[in-house]
Design a protein around this ligand. Structure first.
Ligand code: 5GP
Ligand code: ZN
Length: 135
């Protein structure tokens, strides 16, 4: 994809701080980190997100994420890592090339995850049935 931002990073047309590279994946520092060491892991083959990435590319990204989670955590002395992925604009996806965020966390860094709520009576049964029918 000639005009894709992350494809340009893969081709070296836009500079980045590369953390890791193999045949199928690239990882580099996010330009605007939540915490220092915030890393993005991407497939070298262009896909938009979880909905169109090939199984092979997803496996490669998953392996790199697993390796890098430990490396990043140790390197920055983090107390944990959030692994996050935004898929489609309404889920917060700004860059249209599949990417997984590795976000190092520090005890007491003050970041909050999403608010959660209980299911109203009967809704869990209905939703689990709908999801099973879509698989
Ligand atoms: P999204 O919201 O799509 O899940 O996240 C896109 C991420 O890409 C953001 O966290 C943003 O800071 C990062 N980003 C955007 N442009 C660039 C860039 O040119 N270089 C790097 N390294 N990261 C970028
Ligand atoms: Zn791309």
């Amino acid at each position: 994809m000639s005009d894709c931002l992350f494809c340009k990073i893969i081709r070296g047309e836009i500079p980045s701080f590369k953390v890791y590279e193999d045949e199928k994946t690239l990882a580099f520092l996010d330009i605007s980190p939540v915490n220092p060491g915030h890393t993005l892991v991407i497939p070298k083959n262009h896909s938009k997100n979880i909905f169109d990435i090939s199984e092979e590319d997803w496996v490669s990204v998953g392996k790199a994420v697993r390796t890098l989670a430990s490396a990043v955590e140790k390197a920055v002395g983090a107390d944990g890592i959030n692994i996050n992925m935004n898929n489609r604009p309404d889920a917060g996806q700004l860059v249209d090339h599949t990417h997984v965020h590795l976000i190092p966390r520090k005890k007491g860094d003050g970041l909050k995850l999403w608010p959660q709520k209980p299911y109203p009576e009967g809704e869990a049964e209905s939703i689990v049935e709908k999801i099973r029918l879509e698989i």
